[in-house]
Write a protein that binds this ligand. Sequence first.
Ligand code: ZN
Length: 129
Amino acid sequence: MENQKNYSLTEIGPMENITRVILRDTLSLTGAEISANRLPAGKASAFAHSHKRNEEIYLFTAGKGFFWLDGAIIPVREGSSVRVSPVCVRALKADESEPLSYFCIQVDEGSLVQATRADGIISDVKPQW
Ligand code: ZN
C-alpha cells in the first residue's frame, strides 16, 4: 500500500514553471510546511505578513531580489538563507531584471529538540546501488 511507505516523493518540475507549490499535502508532512515559490521579475508579494507561532526559513535558489523585514530592506540572491521570527512582518520583491525562486519552510518556533548527530542513527544496512 502506498500509504505504508516510510517516505514520500513529489515532483514540482523546473522552478521556472511554478508560481507557488505547497508540499504539505503531497509529501504528507507532519512537522513542517514547505512551499516552492517563484516571483516574476519586478513582482512583489501580494501582502506583507507575520505568523502566530511558525518561524520561516527562506532558501533562495535562483535570481535576486529584496526582503522587507520589519521595515529593513535586505538584498537576497541565489544561495541566501534567511530565518524569520514569527512576529516579524515580511514581504519579498524580485529584482526588476530577473525572477526570484525560493523555498519557504515553516516550523513551530522552538520545536527542534535534537538534530543531526543527536538524532541520527547510523545503520548497519549497506545500500546496493
Ligand atoms: Zn509566511
